[in-house]
Design a protein around this ligand. Structure first.
Ligand code: AQP
Length: 330
């Protein structure tokens, strides 16, 4: 029996951070043996915010190297760049005729990114969730592993697919969401009320490619509170709780046992221990492999090309079914 399909992606809008890793990439690696997985670098999503061309170009190939360095096997998974397979934009247009202005306008990400970029509230930013729906539905995906912030978009994908199926029959698979129990929303160290985000600038996030001393420095500056007790209480102690969560996901322990490890300890010790856990278990091992891979851009281009072809092999029959159902002349 063939395996169920997973689709997920990440924007090459900056160097990925530990939120992207714990919320998404780490879980992708954990799921790769049990599913047929497409893990995409969603460059078309990234350009909904103005990107520097040279940076975007560099970040796209670097993201591919990072996927592999983080444990995604390029022979087992379909690792590719979104713009290399035209099926994404083609299905996105078709689905835009089944996406309502009202529902797109209600998306939190649209509201946040519009507020942060008032001079560039473009159509692509508004239609971002329709392109995301196309990414997912194009491959008959069963499961979509994402961080918390993308749950609302996944709900919308399900609504669009259901709406389409109600009109034309069972064309789309309705995907399920997968979010990790811990690590689905890693907070900014400087402001633990907000989620860590690539677009906040590197000073505000712990990048997977930050050298060990930089990771340590960023954690040492983490905002905590004026109390002294180390316990998990997100409402009253967001900074300390966030550090405990990062420690738990970085070491593979539960929040309860993370709390026990720091019982009676001081905040300074908590910060440096969490930093060291991230360095030892995440950033250092990934960087070691990444630094090798990035020396060989030809190999990375080959992986991207071959895998975009594999994606098209899965996507084309589904795209054809959609066009037939709508009544386009083929
Ligand atoms: N802080 C986070 N904690 C846990 N998961 C997170 N993700 C993002 N931030 C966190 C998850 O990472 C995957 C890839 O995200 P993305 O690059 O497609 O876009 P995003 O969600 O908008 O992430 P960023 O870092 O905030 O990017 P920018 O600033 O460019 O918009 C997704 O599964 C996401 O949930």
């Amino acid at each position: 029996m063939s395996k169920n399909i997973i689709f997920s992606g990440m924007q090459p809008s900056g160097v990925p951070h530990i939120g992207n890793y714990f919320g998404a990439i780490k879980n992708w690696a954990d799921l790769q043996d049990d599913y047929n997985c497409l893990y995409c670098i969603v460059d078309l999503h990234a350009i909904t915010i103005r990107q520097d061309p040279a940076e975007l170009h560099k970040n796209s190939l670097n993201a591919l190297a990072l996927y592999i360095a983080a444990g995604l096997d390029p022979d087992k998974n379909i690792l590719y760049i979104q713009s290399h397979y035209k099926g994404h934009t083609e299905l996105s247009w078709l689905l835009s005729c089944f996406s309502y202005m009202g529902e797109l306008g209600r998306m939190t990400q649209y509201k946040d990114k519009s507020a942060n970029n008032p001079d560039n509230i473009n159509l692509g930013l508004f239609a971002y969730p329709t392109l995301q729906a196309a990414d997912i539905l194009l491959f008959g995906s069963h499961l979509v592993p994402i961080g918390d912030d993308q749950k609302q978009h996944l709900e919308l994908t399900r609504d669009i697919a259901t709406r389409f199926n109600n009109i034309y029959g069972d064309i789309f698979t309705i995907p399920e969401v997968f979010t990790p129990k811990t690590g689905a929303r890693i907070k900014r160290l400087s402001d633990p009320e907000k989620k860590m985000s690539k677009s906040d600038g590197e000073a505000n996030y712990v990048a997977i490619l930050d050298p060990a001393d930089v990771v340590m420095k960023k954690f040492k500056r983490a905002v905590t509170d004026s109390d002294t007790e180390i316990r998990h209480d997100p409402e009253n102690k967001p900074g300390v709780s966030s550090l405990l969560e990062i420690y738990a996901v970085a070491t593979g322990t539960s929040i309860k046992s993370a709390e026990a490890d720091f019982d009676g300890k001081q905040y300074g010790f908590l910060k440096t221990t969490v930093a060291q856990a991230v360095i030892d278990n995440v950033t250092n091992p990934i960087q070691e492999k990444y630094n090798d891979l990035i020396k060989n851009p030809d190999y990375l281009h080959q992986v991207a090309k071959k895998n975009a072809e594999k994606a098209a092999e899965i996507g084309e029959p589904i795209l054809t079914n959609v066009k037939k159902a709508i009544g386009l002349l083929l």
